[in-house]
Each structure stands twice: as C-alpha cells, then as structure tokens.
Design a protein around this ligand. Structure first.
Ligand code: FE
Ligand code: FE
Ligand code: ZN
Length: 299
C-alpha cells in the first residue's frame, strides 16, 4: 500500500526534515509545500537540501515520484483580471520549475475560483493558464495535478465534468493529471460510502483513471453534498473507516501515492500532535480503533 501524509518543510533541514518526518510515520510517500501555502514568498530551491533529501528517501524505499508537492492555494488561475492572472501563471510556473529542480514530478494544484463568472468561464481560463504555464516550463517534466474540489464558494473543479473540461483544453496531456481527495468528492456530492464502484466507474468514464496521479485520504466533518471541505480524522467522520480502507486497498490504486491531510489532534489550546503515524498504522491493520484520538492525546 502506498500511503503517507502531508509533512512540514521548514527550518534549516527543509526537505531532509520532510523526508525524516515521513519515515517516522512509516510512510512510503509524502507531500510538501515548497514554502508557506498562504503566501508566494519562496526560499531559493538550492536551500531546500533536495539532493540529500532524495538520497535519504531512496534509501528508505521512497521514490522521487512519490514526493508530491502542493502548490500554494492563494493564487487563482480562474482569475479574469489579467494582471493577477499573469502573476498566478508566473508564480505557478516557478513552482513547476522548483518541482523539476528538486527531482520530484507531481505538483498538486487547486484549479481556482470563478468568483461569479460561472464554472464554464472559470474552466476555460484555468486551461488557458495551464497551457501558458506548460509553455513557460517546456524543459520540465513536472506534471500539474488538478485537485478535485468540494465546491466551496465558487471553486471550479467540483465535478468530474469540470475537471475533464480543463484536461480537454490542455495541449500537452502528458503533463496534466488529477488528484482525487476523498473528503472533497464526498462533500462535492459523490457518494463513495454507498456507491463506491459507481463513483470510480464514473471517474473512469468522464475523466479516465489514467489521469489519476495522487489521492488525498481524508474523512469529512460534513455530509455528502455539503460543499464544505472540512477534513476529519480517519474513521471519525461521515465517510468512515470502511470506505477509506476500500480506497486504500483498491488494487487499481496500488501504485498511486495516498496522502493523509487529516487534522492535527489538539491536546490543549497550544499543543497539537500529527495523527499520521497512528492513522497509517490503523489503515494498514484494517481495524478501526475508536479510541485512537484519545490515545494520541495521551502520548
Ligand atoms: Fe489540496
Ligand atoms: Fe486535498
Ligand atoms: Zn480540503
């Protein structure tokens, strides 16, 4: 099972620390930001300690393609304002180059919000942006992986059709992929709890499973179709342990990195712990522990 989590990337260790953190969770894949997700300030790539980090990853059975990068979520490619649109294009192009330079392959991207212009206009603008980004980074192998969204506010990419609409317009299909986030598609109205096979079948028919490159594994605090996007710890939400295990053990997804983005467990106001080591072990065991969160609080 290829499973890991979101890990931090900071301090002086940078990516070395990220890989060490993943190893401490017994993970065999991981996801990082190359800088703070809420701003566009970036340390030079040389400061990421990428070479040492990749060597450490390889030594521990983590391949370069299983080190996923998430693009910051503050830039909006569905932007109609030309100046902001161009800023977003150049910033994401820089991230695409960063991914290539550190030796990774996949950059997960939230497609963008149409801000009232409608999903059709948004989808077209996003595809236009991605084409420009790919054009600017012709020498990179980085694949832009569009994340399926919950449909909060005016988010684009909340249906398989919208994501398909983006992919159809992208010229270089070898550099575009899709990230399925279990919480997002559940909140988006795809009932993976009661109709798992139908949903996966629909993904295959509309988008094509060949485009699926990353899976985000999250339970959800909300009901199916709520369009809310609030992640919950595995087994403690409305998706539930059984369905999460179905996704993680699906033979079709064997080689796809599955990344946990579940919330840290709060012990008190100032202290919280990452649940990933325990959630990974629980998913691998296939047995739900209803006391898991309480146990993490005691550690
Ligand atoms: Fe995301
Ligand atoms: Fe996600
Ligand atoms: Zn989310």
């Amino acid at each position: 099972m290829k499973i890991g989590s979101h890990v931090s990337n900071n301090g002086t260790k940078m990516l070395i620390g990220s890989v060490e953190e993943a190893i401490s969770y017994n993970a065999n894949c991981l996801m990082v930001y190359l800088g703070a997700p809420q701003n566009t300030f970036r340390k030079p790539i040389e400061k990421q300690n990428a070479k040492e980090a990749i060597a450490l990853a390889h030594k521990n059975g983590i391949s370069s393609d299983d080190i996923i990068v998430h693009a910051p979520y503050i830039v909006n490619l569905a932007q109609m304002d030309d100046e902001k649109f161009n800023f977003a294009i150049h910033f994401i192009a820089q991230e695409v180059e960063g991914v290539d330079q550190i030796g990774a392959r996949y950059l997960v991207l939230h497609p963008g919000a149409h801000m009232g212009n409608g999903p059709k206009v948004g989808v077209e603008r996003i595809a236009e942006g991605i084409n420009k980004i790919l054009e600017l980074t012709k020498n990179c192998q980085t694949v832009i992986v569009i994340e399926l969204m919950a449909g909060k506010g005016t988010e684009c990419g909340k249906t398989f059709e919208e994501v398909k609409g983006i992919i159809e317009e992208v010229n270089d299909k070898s550099r575009i992929g899709v990230c399925l986030d279990t919480c997002h598609i559940h909140d988006g109205g795809y009932d993976i709890v009661n109709h798992y096979e139908d949903v996966i079948e629909k993904f295959e028919q509309v988008i094509g499973l060949k485009y699926l490159k990353v899976i985000h594994i999250n339970d959800s605090k909300n009901v199916c179709g709520a369009h809310k996007d609030r992640h919950e710890n595995i087994g403690f939400g409305n998706i539930g342990f059984e369905t999460i295990c179905k996704v993680c053990n699906d033979s079709r997804f064997m080689n796809i990195p599955k990344i946990l983005e579940t919330p840290y467990v709060n012990v008190d106001k100032n202290v919280s712990f990452p649940p990933y080591k325990y959630e990974i072990a629980m998913i691998k065991s296939g047995i739900f522990d209803p006391d898991l969160i309480d146990k993490i609080k005691m550690i």
